[in-house]
Ligand binder design. Structure first.
Ligand code: MG
Length: 248
């Protein structure tokens, strides 16, 4: 069932999204060659507490961390730990913020120091596909418009969209209906209506789109070891237009 939100509920989600943006801004400043991924998680835990918010992912189906940190060929659900980031790495930071009974979910990929041209292009294609997906998320349009826009953008850059993981509705529950695929699914899908709140999140591979699970049973890897990037925003579809919630 798709849960449509009232303007008051969307206003709370906007607050969640603002907290997300504050934390992501701080993470971007903190992350550097020599950072231990665990220290990013510690920072998120501390900052969330100061802001009176919680991490949506911590404990979700047993997930052990506040933040997902996925490096290079890790697609999503990377667990922060002892790994030291180094020049040339690309790092996906995925963060869910829970505040006043709602969630906001978003992700960015950042490069550490100088990164390869392929990594730069991959990140640009992924972020661009998110923007294309958001632009296609219009009241009166269809869910499939978002998926098609993302896939077309990614593939025109010569990259592949991950199929096994998708975007989703977001609200009082972190993962609500509908699923938001990053690939065309052969139908127009549901009608997009005002009050729908969606987390749109293209995950893109520089190689093949197949994935495998790491031995920790959480971290998703590209099956062929190629680089992967991930960008995500939570958005609200309103009568006035589509609004990105995960921003300042
Ligand atoms: Mg998400």
């Amino acid at each position: 069932m798709i849960i449509v939100k009232s303007p008051e509920e969307i206003a709370i989600m906007r607050q969640c999204g603002r907290i997300w943006a504050i934390l992501i801004h701080k993470l971007k400043k903190e992350i550097t060659a020599g950072s231990k991924t665990q220290q990013l998680d510690v920072m998120v835990a501390r900052e969330l507490e100061e802001l009176g918010a919680k991490a949506s992912f911590k404990g979700y189906q047993g997930f052990p961390s506040y933040l997902c940190v996925s490096v290079n060929g890790e697609v999503v659900h990377g667990i922060p730990g002892e790994r030291i980031l180094k020049e040339g790495d690309i790092v996906s930071l995925d963060l869910g913020v829970s505040y006043r009974g709602f969630h906001a979910d978003g992700a960015i990929t950042v490069g550490i120091g100088e990164i390869s041209p392929q990594a730069q292009e991959l990140m640009a294609a992924t972020e661009g596909s998110l923007q294309a997906g958001i632009a296609a998320a219009k009241c009166g349009g269809h869910l499939g418009d978002i998926s098609t826009a993302i896939q077309s953008y990614v593939e025109s850059g010569g990259f592949s969209v991950i199929r096994e993981y998708t975007g989703h509705g977001v609200g009082r529950v972190l993962h609500e209906e509908p699923q938001v695929p990053n690939f065309s699914f052969g139908s127009k899908g549901i009608l997009l209506q005002k009050g729908m709140t969606l987390a749109i999140e293209p995950m893109v591979s520089a190689g093949d789109w197949h994935t495998k699970l790491a031995p920790n049973q959480w971290t998703v890897l590209t099956a062929d070891g190629s680089l992967s990037a991930h960008f995500e925003h939570s958005i609200a579809i309103t009568e006035a237009g589509t609004e990105i919630l995960t921003q300042l």
